[in-house]
Design a protein around this ligand. Structure first.
Ligand code: PAF
Length: 296
C-alpha cells in the first residue's frame, strides 16, 4: 500500500476507477469489509485516515480517540487498499474553513441533536475528500446510519459525481457492533451494553413477525435497555432511510437506531428494515475482533 499525504499525489497516482473508504483509523473488521467491497468494485482503493477535529463536539473524545497508523496501513493493505491517504491537518484545513457544509434536516435529529455541529463537521470533511480525491465511489458503514443518509444526500444535493455505497455493520460474537471506541469499554459496562444490540435484534424479529408500529419497535429497544438498569437510553427512533426523519410506521425503507450512555461512553447501533419486514442485522464475527490485539 502506498502512503500518501497530499490530495494532488493521490489524484496523480490513481489508475482506472477509484473507490474511497473514509475512516478515522484504528481499523476493525467493519472498516475492512468496506475495503474489501471497494477492492471488488474498483481498480484503485484509497483508504483515508484522518481524525477530523471538526466533527468532535467533545474535546476529550478527540484527545483520547485511539490511533495506530502503522497497524492501520498493514490491515488496509491486506484487505486490498492500494493507497493509504493520511493527510496532515494543514492539508485538509490549510485555514479554518469559513465555508462549511450544513446537512439540514437529515442531520438534525438523533445524533445531530445530541452532538451539536457533528454532522456539519462530517459533511464538510467528506465534501473535501470527495473534491480533493475525486473518487467514483465511496463506501460507508451502515452502523453510522444517519451519517450514511447525510453523506448520500450530500453527494446528491451538491452533485458530487460519487456513488455512495453502504456496507454492513459488523458485530462481535456477543452482538456488540464494532466501534473503535469499544476498546474503552470496561468489561462490566460491556456486558451491560449488550442490551442495546439485544433490543434491536428483538425489534428486528418483531418486524419480521409483522410489527409495523414505530412506537412498538422503539419500545422493544427501550424495554431491553431499561431492563439492566445500567444503560441510559438517549433515543430509540424508527427513521426513514431516504431522509433520516422519524416515521410512525414501517411503511418505507427505514432504520431503527438507538444510542445509549454507559459509564462515560456513548454507543450507537441500528438495524435496517424494509416495509415487508425484512431486517438487515449486519454480520457477526466468528472470532474475537482484531480490535483486541489480533491481526498484524
Ligand atoms: O465514520 C467516520 O469514521 C467519519 O465520520 C468519517 C466518515 C471518516 C468522516 O470523518
Amino acid at each position: 500500500v502506498r502512503r500518501l499525504e497530499r490530495f494532488a499525489d493521490v489524484r496523480r497516482e490513481r489508475r482506472g476507477t477509484t473507490a474511497l473508504v473514509p475512516t478515522m483509523g484504528f481499523l476493525h473488521e467493519g472498516h475492512l469489509s468496506l475495503v474489501e467491497a471497494a477492492a471488488a468494485a474498483a481498480d484503485t482503493v484509497v483508504v483515508s485516515l484522518f481524525v477530523n477535529p471538526l466533527q468532535f463536539d467533545d474535546p476529550a473524545d478527540l484527545d483520547r480517540y485511539p490511533r495506530d497508523p502503522e497497524r492501520d496501513a498493514a490491515l488496509a493493505g491486506d484487505a486490498g487498499a492500494t493507497i493509504l491517504f493520511s493527510p496532515p491537518p494543514d492539508e485538509v484545513y490549510p485555514a479554518p474553513p469559513a465555508v462549511r457544509v450544513i446537512p439540514g434536516p437529515p442531520g438534525d435529529g438523533m445524533e445531530g441533536s445530541r452532538r451539536p455541529g457533528h454532522f456539519a463537521g462530517v459533511a464538510t470533511v467528506v465534501a473535501k475528500l470527495f473534491a480533493g480525491l475525486q473518487p467514483d465511489r465511496a463506501h460507508f458503514g451502515r452502523k453510522d446510519a444517519q451519517q450514511l443518509v447525510v453523506v448520500s444526500r450530500l453527494a446528491a444535493d451538491l452533485s458530487f459525481p460519487v456513488e455512495v455505497v453502504g456496507g454492513p455493520t459488523v458485530r462481535e460474537q456477543d452482538g456488540l457492533a464494532l466501534s473503535s471506541r469499544n476498546v474503552f469499554l470496561p468489561s462490566a459496562d460491556r456486558t451491560a451494553a449488550l442490551a442495546l444490540s439485544r433490543g434491536l435484534m428483538a425489534a428486528a424479529s418483531a418486524a419480521e413477525a409483522g410489527e409495523r408500529s414505530g412506537a412498538a419497535l422503539e419500545g422493544l429497544v427501550a424495554a431491553e435497555v431499561a431492563g439492566g438498569g445500567i444503560l441510559e437510553l438517549e433515543y430509540a427512533v424508527l427513521a426513514g432511510a431516504a431522509d433520516a426523519a422519524r416515521i410512525a410506521r414501517l411503511d418505507r425503507p427505514a432504520f431503527l437506531a438507538a444510542a445509549v450512555r454507559v459509564g462515560g461512553l456513548r454507543l450507537i447501533d441500528n438495524v435496517w428494515l424494509l416495509p415487508d419486514g425484512t431486517a438487515d442485522r449486519g454480520i457477526t464475527l466468528d472470532r474475537p475482533s482484531i480490535l483486541y490485539g489480533g491481526g498484524p
